[in-house]
Design a binder for this molecule. Sequence first.
Ligand code: A2R
Length: 327
Amino acid sequence: MNSNGEKTLIIGAAGFVGVHLMTCLSAEGRNVSATKLSQETIDSDIAVYDLDILDADAVRTLFEDVNPGCVFHLAAQSSVALSWKEPALTVDINIKGAVHVLEAARAMKHPARVLLIGSSEEYGAVRPEQLPVDEETPLRPGNIYAATKAAQDMLGAVYANAYGMDVLMIRAFNHIGPGQSPMFAVSDFCRQVARIESGLQEPIIRVGNLSAKRDFTDVRDVVRAYSLLSQRGEGGTAYNVGSGCSVSIQSILDIILAQAKADIRVERDETRFRPADVPVVEADTKRLRETTGWRPEIPVSETIADALAWWRMYCRDDRIGIDGRDI
Ligand code: A2R
């Protein structure tokens, strides 16, 4: 796989993970192209195409033009909260969009290897005796986003089995790092700290459920796992990508507060509690490790330092009016 010169296409490259994946693959010397929505921007030297994955003809035409050997499909409606409000849109983007990608690959003379990026949310409320959760654990999605990602995963398996296509189903556990949307807890805490340090917020950090334990990995380690799987993974197979250790949100918050340059009070905010929060999520990563030799390398303290630095820069730019976006 990935012989020299083979083209690699990242679909949905303007998102949180896409930006890091572009950096990783380019540094590895791979011949990378990327897609984004027309209203998004990507600051990079690589070839970037505008693509809405809801447009099946556009996806097929792009695959004909680029002729990729390997495709990372990241484009998604990735918010659980929005999936409750916009179920049909989420189904369209995450399921129909994935089918458009799979069909475009199938129509190629030499169908590309496709990595469908899914989520640990597909497993739903895992029982304590099922931890750490391995890839054979039944998928019992508990929200609409999770159901669409489970459907994507199942469709990937169907295309691999029925058509002999080279499709890998990736189930990514929580990833954190610079550039993440504040709809995720760790990024939200870092943003609040940066805003407090800049005088944009009173010195109170508002938090939801701190006792939940999650399997966190730095996004830069995550994309390195994706790259390794694209080279060494087996088609038709599902792979968990996670650290294999769960830590409480409280302990991550403690690390964030220890790095804060201000005295901050922590306050519970009932609106930040999710209705059916699963107490512990932890990945069994044996398959990933044995297939690729991958191990996470970036300690959580470094991830937090980089995420805080990103938000400090963002808040500074915000204060001086370089960029007034409210993300
Ligand atoms: O929703 P936006 O405007 O942020 O754009 C997202 C984009 N996207 C689309 N791209 C093409 N056609 C569409 N119809 C479409 N709808 C949305 O996909 C965004 O730029 C990108 C997904 O990036 P994020 O939302 O930042 O997700 P992240 O954290 O990078 O996760 C990557 C993948 C997703 O499939 C997650 O569901 C999975 O990893 O965990």
